[in-house]
Design a protein around this ligand. Structure first.
Ligand code: ADP
Ligand code: ADP
Length: 232
């Protein structure tokens, strides 16, 4: 098919965009791995390929030595539950549910019974400093606190990996800075692997053990803050 046509030609003809191409990287257990790039550089698409919210047209995702690229829905759901939780920029809280109920939501979907659900949710809320706010509604909380709820919801399952997509980008600068500090504390304490998307270089340099720079869907550079700064 399409013999003799360049890739660019085919894409243009069919009005397609390549969101990510040639992204090749390994995230180490227990590190904060930042994916940094301008808006539209392919960060969200890439991370959605990691947990298969999107199916890449090519490529593989290896988790703990296991190829998860071709799992069926049931197997995939298992992997997601055990291994990966996502935190979103817009918090994605359910407005008519209490803080506790929001954190329990994912556990409820999994069919975990009330008592255990509540125990896990309370533990997660404690981890993010929100004990005492269980029965508030999201609208009664500040932006920073709402994002703590989002974080608690992701932690409730005790996943190995947190996928955070511009998770602090909607917050005021001071609150954002606090949240960055707290995330680093939490990470150290709980030894989570964190894959953190941001378009903010300062944020990337501050929190990233390693940073991957993306441009136009491609990996430009991977390194520590020092390496990135010394090799612009
Ligand atoms: P980032 O997260 O770095 O802002 P995205 O992964 O959202 O980048 O987008 C990468 C590219 O893919 C952009 O050109 C964007 O316009 C395009 N894109 C993303 N999502 C869609 C979509 N659902 N439909 C069409 N194009 C999309
Ligand atoms: P409520 O009745 O409290 O408004 P629902 O449980 O009816 O909330 O959910 C409202 C919508 O939000 C549903 O379409 C549901 O699929 C979606 N939703 C539920 N949980 C989440 C979540 N954790 N993140 C994003 N959307 C969600």
């Amino acid at each position: 098919l399409n013999k003799g046509k360049s890739k660019e030609e085919i894409l243009r003809k069919n009005n397609l965009t390549v969101a990510v191409n040639n992204a090749n990287f390994t995230v180490k257990k227990g590190e904060v791995f930042v994916i940094m790039g301008l808006s539209g550089s392919g960060k969200s698409t890439l991370v959605r390929c990691l947990n298969r919210l999107l199916d890449p047209t090519a490529g593989e995702v290896i988790l703990d030595g296991k190829n998860i690229s071709n799992l069926n829905d049931t197997e995939l759901r298992k992997v997601r539950r055990k291994s990966m939780s996502m935190v979103f920029q817009n918090f994605a809280l359910l407005p008519s549910r209490t803080v506790l109920s929001n954190v329990e939501y994912g556990l409820e979907v999994q069919g975990i019974e009330k008592e255990e659900r509540e125990k896990k949710a309370m533990t997660a809320l404690k981890q993010v400093g929100l004990s005492g706010y269980e029965h508030n509604l999201p609208s009664q909380l500040s932006g920073g606190m709402q994002q703590r709820v989002g974080l608690a919801r992701a932690l409730a399952n005790n996943p190995d990996i947190l996928l955070m997509d511009e998770a602090f980008s909607a917050l005021d600068p001071l609150i954002r800075s606090d949240m960055q500090d707290e995330l680093l504390d939490l990470q150290e304490e709980m030894q989570k692997t964190i894959i953190f998307i941001t378009h903010d270089l300062d944020e990337a340099l501050k929190i990233g053990d390693r940073i991957m720079l993306m441009k136009d869907g491609e990996t430009v550079q991977i390194g520590t803050a020092e390496e990135i700064l010394s090799n612009p």
